[in-house]
Design a protein around this ligand. Structure first.
Ligand SMILES: NC(=O)c1ccc[n+]([C@@H]2O[C@H](COP(=O)([O-])OP(=O)(O)OC[C@H]3O[C@@H](n4cnc5c(N)ncnc54)[C@H](O)[C@@H]3O)[C@@H](O)[C@H]2O)c1
Length: 262
């Protein structure tokens, strides 16, 4: 694919995570310059070290719940590369459990990263994206499109990301800035491992197995690979996706397509 990303600047939040690192590798392979931000500075340095052999990389420890740090990440891109062409908002946290057990801290932690962080990274990138007619790719989720039990906070945050995506797409269309979201089901990343560990009731394998029982593929179901999501993110950032904006694109083995046989 002629992605037209050669020499362009891609800013990625939560960059050290499973999906984001796969996306960073995909963009690096297309010779894009990378500006990587993550709360986990150690993991970020490892990834930046790996990718520096392939392309120009700027890495910055940043907390997207703090608008000033979202602004600083964009400023780093402008100072280091002179531009922002693509913003990928990947930083995210998961929480689950009965809503009556959730605390204000659970709400603030998850909504602040998933929704507030996404908005403020967009907010500070918009002036730069208008200059380059660039684009934004947000990480929503299947849980941003449909409800699931005992995930009210996470689904509220991702539902917010999905509608934020649509609103920004309309607002920025006159400037030819595109805004889309990807909506994956379960992807084999550290987040999924953490879910199984923290919420699996001591049986992480059982937890993972239960997740797959809801898939239309039945006993042939499997988790999505981070590289498969990265390819969709890459497509949405590429010139081939010029007419695509305001979209929430499912990559979920059909789990949100509707009712199955039962
Ligand atoms: N893994 C899945 O099954 C799945 C499915 C649907 C959507 N998603 C979404 O995709 C995105 C990436 O998920 P992943 O599975 O790669 O997760 P991951 O846990 O592997 O990566 C998330 C990254 O975000 C970073 N982060 C957390 N809080 C941050 C903050 N305040 N500031 C900056 N960085 C912060 C973490 O350090 C981590 O590197 C998330 O938004 C997630 O909600 C994941």
């Amino acid at each position: 694919m002629n992605a037209n990303l050669d020499g362009k600047t891609v800013v990625i939040t939560g960059a050290a995570g499973g999906i984001a690192a796969a996306a960073a590798r995909r963009f690096a392979a297309a010779a894009a310059k990378l500006v990587l931000g993550d709360l986990n500075g150690t993991a970020l340095e490892v990834l930046a070290g790996e990718l520096a052999a392939i392309t120009e990389v700027h890495a910055m420890t940043c907390d997207v719940t703090k608008p000033a740090e979202c602004a600083a990440l964009v400023a780093e891109a402008v100072a280091g590369t002179g531009r922002v062409d693509v913003l990928v908002n990947t930083a995210g946290l998961w929480v689950e459990g009965p809503s009556e057990t959730m605390t204000e801290a659970d709400w603030d932690r998850v909504v602040d990263v998933n929704l507030k962080g996404t908005f403020f990274c967009c907010r500070y990138a918009i002036p730069e994206l208008k200059k380059t007619q660039g684009c934004i790719v947000n990480l929503s989720s299947d849980a941003g499109l449909v409800g699931t039990p005992e995930t009210a906070i996470y689904t509220a945050s991702k539902g917010g990301v999905s509608l934020l995506t649509r609103s920004l797409a309309l607002e920025l269309a006159p400037a030819l800035v595109r805004v889309n979201a990807v909506c994956p089901a379960d992807v084999a990343t550290p987040m999924l491992e953490g879910q199984a560990r923290d919420f699996g009731g001591g049986d992480p394998q059982g937890y993972l197995k239960r997740l797959l029982t809801g898939y239309p593929q039945g006993d042939k179901a499997r988790f999505i690979k981070p590289e498969e999501v990265a390819e969709l993110i890459f497509y949405l950032a590429s010139a081939a996706a010029a007419p695509v904006t305001g979209a929430n694109i499912s990559i979920d083995f059909g789990t949100t397509a509707g009712y199955g046989y039962e």
